[in-house]
Write a protein that binds this ligand. Structure first.
Ligand code: NAD
Length: 437
C-alpha cells in the first residue's frame, strides 16, 4: 500500500530524517535553523546574501542571540549548512520562510520578499512537502497569496503538500524567552497542514499552540504587536501630559504596577523601533481598510509614537535653553542608537529620527554605542566614539536614547553636562542638569 504524504512526512519528522530548509537567515531564520539542527534535523539555510551563507558554513554567528559555539557545533556535526542555491529547496521535506516584510513608503505592505521566496519554493515544490510562512504579515497572506502560487502547477494544498502559517514571536536580546521556550502558534490551510506543522515544531520547541486557520495564526501575531504599539502610544501620551502637569510619569508607572491584576506596565520612550512594532500594525490596518474598516487605535498610536522623536528634540531644546544655548551650533552626544537595550539592530530606531531632526536644526552630533560602531543614515556616516572620548569633547548636551546595560552614566552626571534621559536610565537621580522624559 502506498503511504499518503502526511504519514510519510510525520514519520520522517519523528525519526528526524526530515530535511528542513529555512529561507532567510536573519534575526528570525538563523535562531530557528539552529533550533531545528539542535533538535536533530539536518537543516539547510537559504539566503540571497552569499556572505551570510559563507559565515554560517564557517561556523560564525552574526546574530547576537545565536551563540557561536552552538552554531559551530551544528555545522561541525553536518546538521546545518547554508547556500544561495534555491534549486536545493526541492530536496527538503519542510521549508520555513523567514524573509523580511517591510512597509512601502506609502505604508502599504511590501510582500516582494515573500513572493520571491515562494516563487523559489514553487519552482521545486514536490508531493508531501510542508511549507510554513513565518514572516509577519496581514491575515489572508497565506491562503490568498502563497497558496495559489504553490498550487499553480496542479498540486493541492493540504492534500498533496502542506501549508501553514506560524508567527515568529522571538524577542531579540531576551535571555529568558528564546525560540526554544516561546510557545509556537501554528495554523494550517487544513487539518493535515496544521498537524504536520505542529509535529515539526513539537519536535523542536517546548510548546505548540494549534489554531484553526492560517488567518487566525496571522491575526494572533498582529494582535500581539498592535497591543504593544497601542499601549506604548498610551503611555507616551500619559508621559506628555504628566510633564505638563509637573508629575514624574516613571514614578506613576512604578506605583501603578504594584496592582496585582488589571495593569501591565509599558514605558514611554523616544519612539518605536525595530522591524516589528512600528510596522506590523500597519499590515493589519491596510488589510482592514480593504474590508472598509478603519483601525482608529492603530492610527492614533502611530500618530503619538511617531511624534516622540520631535518631542525629545523639544526637550533637548529646553535643556539647552537653561544654559542659554540654542540647538543650532550646540554639540549633542547621543548615548545609544540601537532601537532597544543591548541589541545591535538600528532598523526604525527612533535615535535616527532624533539625529535627523537635530542635524536639521544645526546641532553637531556624535554618539556612543558599543553595538553600533558605524551609522549610515540618509547618505551621512557617523562613527561611534567611546564615552570617555565623548566627555573629553565637552558636549553641550548628552541624550540617553538607548539604555544599554554596559553604559556607566556616573562620569556624565559628575561632569555636570546637561543630560536628557529618554529611558529613565538615571532612575532616582535628580538635579538641575538632568531632564527626564
Ligand atoms: N527581528 C525580529 O525581532 C522579529 C520578530 C518576530 C518576527 N519577525 C518577522 O520575521 C521576518 C524576518 O525578520 P528578520 O528580522 O529575521 O529579518 P532580517 O532582515 O534579519 O533577515 C531576513 C533575511 O532574509 C534574506 N532574504 C531576503 N529575501 C530573500 C529571498 N527571496 N530568499 C532568501 N533569503 C532572502 C535576507 O538576506 C536576510 O538575511 C519579518 O517578517 C519580521 O517581521 C521579526
Amino acid at each position: 500500500m502506498t503511504s499518503i504524504p502526511i504519514d510519510t512526512l510525520l514519520d520522517r519528522i519523528r525519526t528526524r530524517d526530515a530535511r528542513i530548509g529555512v529561507i532567510g537567515l536573519g534575526y528570525v531564520g538563523l535562531p530557528l535553523a539552529v533550533e531545528f539542527a539542535r533538535a536533530g534535523f539536518t537543516v539547510t539555510g537559504f539566503d540571497v546574501d552569499a556572505k551570510k551563507a559563507e559565515q554560517i558554513n564557517c561556523g560564525k554567528s552574526y546574530i547576537p542571540d545565536v551563540a557561536e559555539l552552538d552554531l559551530a557545533e551544528c555545522v561541525r556535526l553536518r546538521k546545518l549548512s547554508a547556500t544561495t542555491d534555491m534549486s536545493e529547496l526541492g530536496a527538503m521535506d519542510a521549508i520555513d520562510i523567514c524573509v523580511p516584510t517591510p512597509l512601502r513608503k506609502t505604508r502599504d505592505p511590501n510582500l516582494s520578499y515573500v513572493v520571491q521566496a515562494v516563487e523559489a519554493v514553487a519552482a521545486t515544490l514536490k508531493r508531501g512537502q510542508l511549507v510554513i510562512l513565518e514572516s509577519t504579515t496581514y491575515p489572508g497572506t497565506t491562503d490568498e497569496v502563497v497558496q495559489p502560487m504553490l498550487e499553480e502547477k496542479g498540486l493541492r494544498a493540504d492534500v498533496d503538500f502542506f501549508l501553514a502559517f506560524s508567527p515568529e514571536r522571538v524577542d531579540p536580546g531576551n535571555q529568558q524567552f528564546t525560540t526554544h521556550n516561546i510557545p509556537k502558534i501554528v495554523g494550517g490551510v487544513g487539518e493535515h497542514s496544521t498537524k504536520a506543522a505542529a509535529a515539526l515544531y513539537g519536535a523542536t520547541v517546548n510548546a505548540v499552540v494549534p489554531v484553526t486557520s492560517t488567518r487566525v495564526a496571522e491575526m494572533v501575531k498582529l494582535l500581539e504587536n498592535t497591543f504593544r504599539a497601542v499601549n506604548i502610544g498610551l503611555v507616551n501620551e500619559i508621559a506628555l501630559m504628566s510633564h505638563k502637569m509637573g508629575i514624574d510619569v516613571w514614578e506613576v508607572i512604578d506605583a501603578a504596577k504594584t496592582k496585582p491584576f488589571g495593569f501591565m506596565p509599558f514605558y514611554p520612550g523616544p519612539g518605536l523601533g525595530g522591524h516589528c512594532i512600528p510596522i506590523d500594525p500597519y499590515y493589519l490596518s491596510w488589510k482592514a481598510r480593504q474590508t472598509g474598516f478603519e483601525c482608529r487605535f492603530i492610527e492614533l498610536a502611530g500618530h503619538v509614537n511617531s511624534a516622540m522623536p520631535a518631542y525629545v528634540v523639544e526637550r533637548i531644546g529646553d535643556a539647552l535653553n537653561t544654559a542659554r544655548k540654542p540647538i543650532n551650533g550646540s554639540r549633542v552626544h547621543l548615548l545609544g542608537v540601537a532601537y532597544k537595550r543591548d541589541v545591535s539592530d538600528i532598523r526604525e530606531s527612533p535615535a535616527l529620527d532624533v539625529i535627523e531632526l537635530l542635524q536639521h536644526r544645526g546641532a553637531t552630533l556624535s554618539y556612543s554605542d558599543p553595538y553600533v560602531p558605524e551609522l549610515r543614515h540618509n547618505g551621512e556616516a557617523l562613527t561611534a566614539i567611546d564615552e570617555a572620548a565623548a566627555l573629553r569633547e565637552q558636549p553641550d548636551c548628552i541624550v540617553i536614547c538607548t539604555d544599554h546595560s554596559v553604559f556607566d552614566y556616573e562620569p556624565f552626571i559628575e561632569s555636570g553636562v546637561l543630560i536628557v534621559d529618554t529611558r529613565n536610565a538615571l532612575k532616582g537621580r535628580s538635579g538641575k542638569t538632568i531632564f527626564r522624559l
